[in-house]
Design a binder for this molecule. Structure first.
Ligand SMILES: NC(=O)c1ccc[n+]([C@@H]2O[C@H](COP(=O)([O-])OP(=O)(O)OC[C@H]3O[C@@H](n4cnc5c(N)ncnc54)[C@H](OP(=O)(O)O)[C@@H]3O)[C@@H](O)[C@H]2O)c1
Length: 251
C-alpha cells in the first residue's frame, strides 16, 4: 500500500457515512489530522474526538469558506481535500421533477465547486496541496434512472479535466475518484443487483492509495471500470442495444 502520510492535514466532506466516513477514519488512523464535514453534527461527533467536526451544508458557499477558515485556523494548512458530499435518487421517467435535478446538481456539483472556490486560492498561494472529489463511473455513460445523478458526475469529471493542467502550474494536484457500486446508505435504496459491489472500507483504501500515488483518475473496481469505458467507446446503436438488454432487460 502506498504511504498516505504525504499529507499532514485533510478535509473530508460527506464524512458522516459511507465512503467519506471510511476515508476520514483510515486517514486519521494513519496519523493525518482530519477535519470532517457533512450536515449531521451528531454523526460527525460520533466519529470520535480525534477528528475535527465541522458541520456544513456544501450548497452554502459562504459556509464552505467559513469551514476552510476554521479548519486552517485550528489544524493548519489543509493539504488534502476529499470532497465526497453527494446524494442520489432514481429518476422516475413518468414523473420528471426539475427540482430533483437541480437539487442533485446543487449538492453533487456546486457543492464541490463551493469547496474548491474556498480552498483552491489558499493552496495556490502556498504553491502546494491536493484537491480531490468523488465523481462516479456513472459519469462515464448515461444509464437508466440516473438522469439526475449521472450528469452531476459527468460534470465533476469534466471539471477535473478543466482544472488539472492550470492548477498544476500553481503547484496544486487534482484527482477525481470514480467508484463503481459501493455498499453505503446511498446504494441501500437500490432494488437491483449491483454488479461488482464493494465494501466502503475497501473503496476508502483504494481511494487513499490512488491519492497517495498522485494519479488524476482513481477508478475502481477495475473490471467494472473497463466495461463502462468500453461501452462509452461503442457506436450509439450498439451502446443502446446493450443497455436495453443488460439494464432494462428489454429487446
Ligand atoms: N456508494 C456508491 O456506490 C457510490 C458510487 C460512486 C460514487 N459515489 C459517490 O460517493 C460519495 C459518497 O457517497 P456514499 O455512497 O458514501 O453515500 P452516503 O453514505 O449517503 O454519504 C453521503 C455523504 O454526503 C453528505 N451530504 C449529503 N448532502 C450534503 C450536503 N448538502 N452538505 C454536506 N454534506 C452532505 C451526507 O451527510 P449528511 O446527510 O449528514 O449531510 C453523507 O456524509 C457521493 O458523492 C456519491 O455520489 C458513491
Amino acid at each position: 500500500m502506498a504511504d498516505p502520510i504525504v499529507w499532514k492535514t485533510a478535509w473530508i466532506t460527506g464524512a458522516s457515512t459511507g465512503i467519506g466516513r471510511e476515508i476520514a477514519l483510515q486517514l486519521a488512523a494513519r496519523g493525518v489530522k482530519v477535519a470532517v464535514s457533512a450536515r449531521s453534527a451528531e454523526k460527525l461527533a460520533a466519529l470520535g474526538p480525534g477528528l475535527m467536526a465541522v458541520p456544513l451544508d456544501v450548497t452554502d458557499a459562504s459556509a464552505c469558506q467559513a469551514a476552510v477558515d476554521k479548519i486552517e485556523a485550528q489544524l493548519g494548512p489543509i493539504d488534502l481535500a476529499v470532497l465526497g458530499a453527494g446524494t442520489y435518487t432514481p429518476v422516475a421517467i413518468d414523473r420528471l421533477d426539475p427540482g430533483q435535478f437541480s437539487r442533485m446538481m446543487d449538492t453533487n456539483y456546486m457543492g464541490v465547486v463551493n469547496c474548491i472556490a474556498a480552498l483552491a486560492p489558499r493552496m495556490m498561494a502556498r504553491g502546494q496541496g491536493h484537491l480531490s472529489w468523488i465523481a462516479s463511473v456513472a459519469g462515464y455513460v448515461g444509464l437508466p434512472k440516473a438522469a439526475a445523478y449521472g450528469p452531476t458526475k459527468a460534470a465533476l469529471i469534466n471539471l477535473g479535466e478543466c482544472l488539472y493542467p492550470e492548477i498544476k502550474l500553481k503547484g496544486v494536484r487534482v484527482s477525481v475518484i470514480n467508484p463503481g457500486f459501493v455498499e453505503t446508505p446511498l446504494t441501500a435504496q437500490n432494488d437491483f443487483e449491483m454488479p461488482f459491489l464493494m465494501k466502503a472500507d475497501e473503496a476508502a483504501r483504494r481511494s487513499i492509495d490512488g491519492l497517495a500515488s498522485g494519479r488524476f483518475e482513481i477508478a475502481y473496481p477495475r473490471r467494472f471500470v473497463a466495461i463502462l469505458k468500453t461501452l462509452r467507446a461503442l457506436p450509439y446503436p450498439l451502446f443502446f442495444r446493450i443497455i436495453a438488454r443488460s439494464v432494462l432487460k428489454a429487446g
